[in-house]
Design a protein around this ligand. Structure first.
Ligand SMILES: [Zn+2]
Length: 322
């Protein structure tokens, strides 16, 4: 009997320690003021009961050359959201979000009910869009499903890696409709709306990440028109900053016209503000198109990158611009 009680005590102590560790991990150092935590924040203290067990679709096999951006990601990980996160200070690039061969579709046209950013001492690593159970959520861009499973607070989650290296995260599904390694097109259904994981109401938790680090989805999403805000996105230290200003913090601001512009421009620089250091080659890019976009001559680009006019560009290849 003593032995059993002893065992229970040890077990409780272990559980307690593990819980404290998990709790600590979710708290972001405010001095950093950058998004670095993996998990989404609890939408409230209420935690839904254990999700019912579901059979997920069997992963599809994929060859290495079909995996997007193996040159910038170390792994093709099917288990975790945040993988080999890069240091934010080293991320300085421009992403072409759409072009002639790839388009964008708004994941779910609904009201934003919770914003990205600081919530007390924690950081909400995405934004929440209201939906009803069973509503169809679609992929924002073309890509390959990296993750499709039940995952801690996210519940049923799908992560898609796109061909420019961007990753989008969709969670709290009631049902997942895709399998790991499945190629998806923009607008293709990924899952049905729900409230699995730590959610108190049916909604879509949506994240945008690059090299494992979350940034504000409002850099690309236009909730007024349910469209893309920009065709190209500059990613640098500033993009990953969590703003304490009200523009992205308060949903009322998103609905009122007059408070929209000023901080928005400061936080989300337009593509023309300055020439980035590097362009990552996207499907359909040519040396000529890149030269036109950044106002550099083809000759300049060739010299900078030790290539010639007839060199074949590979998707994901980094082209120096300065
Ligand atoms: Zn959320």
């Amino acid at each position: 009997m003593k032995l059993i009680i002893g065992k229970i005590l040890v077990l409780s102590l272990l559980l307690f320690t593990v819980e404290s560790l998990v709790a600590q991990e979710n708290i972001v150092d405010e001095s950093l003021a950058l998004v670095q935590n993996d998990s989404l924040l609890l939408d409230s203290n209420l935690v839904q009961n254990q999700d019912e067990l579901t059979d997920f679709l069997v992963p599809i096999s994929i060859s290495e050359d079909e995996i997007p951006c193996t040159n910038i990601y170390e792994t093709w990980n099917n288990d975790h959201v945040r993988i080999n996160p890069a240091s934010i200070s080293t991320i300085d690039t421009i992403l072409v979000l759409v072009n002639d061969s790839s388009r964008f579709v708004f994941p779910f046209e609904g009201k934003m009910i919770s914003n990205f950013g600081q919530r007390g001492r924690r950081t909400h690593s995405g934004l929440d869009i209201k939906l009803q159970k069973g509503d169809t959520v679609v992929s924002a861009f073309d890509g390959v499903v990296r993750m499709a499973k039940t995952y801690s607070g996210y519940g049923k989650i799908v992560v898609v890696r796109h061909y420019n290296g961007l990753e989008t995260v969709y969670s709290h599904f009631s049902e997942i409709l895709v399998a790991v390694n499945q190629k998806v097109k923009a607008g293709e259904p990924l899952g049905l709306g729900g409230r699995t994981g730590r959610a108190t109401t049916e909604h879509l938790h949506f994240e945008t990440r690059y090299l494992g680090v979350a940034f504000h989805p409002m850099h690309i999403l236009d909730f007024d028109n349910f469209d893309l805000k920009t065709d190209t996105l500059i990613l640098n230290r500033k993009t990953f900053r969590i703003s304490n200003r009200p523009i992205y913090q308060n949903i009322v601001d998103i609905e009122s016209d007059d408070e929209h512009s000023e901080t928005e421009h400061e936080i989300a620089p337009s593509a023309s503000s300055s020439t980035p250091e590097i362009h990552i080659v996207k499907k359909g890019d040519s040396l000529y198109a890149i030269s036109r976009r950044y106002g550099k001559s083809v000759k300049q680009l060739c010299e900078l990158n030790s290539i010639n006019e007839n060199s074949i560009l590979n998707i994901g290849q980094r082209i120096k611009l300065n």
